[in-house]
Design a protein around this ligand. Structure first.
Ligand SMILES: Cc1cc2nc3c(=O)[nH]c(=O)nc-3n(C[C@H](O)[C@H](O)[C@H](O)COP(=O)(O)O)c2cc1C
Length: 173
């Protein structure tokens, strides 16, 4: 599970808890900026696995994570920022999470969370359209109150919807 630097990152541990509770084994990877939003220790305690960034790993570990990305059943990015969606749509590998997404051998599910204008921006919509055309799945964003004080589309999908979307992908694999 990838976590990027959205205000909605505080919901990530609850999503992880739900996945773990339904018997799923999780490797959490945060973007470097996401570590300002949520503590790695929380995710490490919930998953039982180290939650690394590039600066924490050496060559041996790097290969271990590349292998993991190849054999994982699914990568879920929740929350996904406009930035990481843009990076993935352009094949960038500027941090460990983006590198693993590019190296993956499994489906990718993206749960965006952002301000409504960021979501509706033509560039974001182009990136989403491109990724969907390449087989990437999306869940949300939902409509409702946004952290910026606005109301609109941009809220992270509910935990139930994220888990249901992930299950559906795995069952249809
Ligand atoms: C307090 C705060 C909240 C933010 N919330 C969001 C958000 O919900 N969605 C988003 O796309 N970007 C948000 N940003 C901007 C991202 O953090 C910024 O684009 C960052 O470069 C994303 O890095 P990452 O995609 O590598 O994690 C927020 C920034 C700050 C300071």
């Amino acid at each position: 599970m990838g976590i990027s630097a959205s205000i909605a990152a505080y919901k990530a541990p609850e999503i992880v808890r739900n996945f773990v509770g339904s018997g799923v084994s999780i490797q959490a990877i945060l973007t470097p900026k996401a570590t300002d939003f949520i503590g790695r220790s929380t995710l490490e305690a919930l998953t039982g696995n180290v939650a690394p960034t590039f600066k924490d790993i050496g060559g041996h570990d790097y290969l271990k994570y590349i292998k993991l990305a190849k054999k994982a059943d699914l990568i879920v990015i929740a929350p996904a920022t406009a930035n990481i969606i843009a990076h993935i749509a352009h094949g960038l590998a500027s941090d460990l999470l983006e590198t693993l997404v590019l190296a993956r051998g499994c489906p990718l599910l993206i749960a965006p969370a952002m301000n409504e204008n960021m979501w509706n921006n033509d560039i974001t919509q182009e990136n989403v359209k491109k990724l969907k055309s390449l087989g990437v799945d999306f869940v949300g964003p939902a409509k409702g109150d946004l952290a910026c004080g606005d109301e609109g589309t941009g809220r992270l999908a509910s935990i139930e919807d994220i888990i249901a979307a992930a299950k559906k992908i795995i069952e249809n694999k």
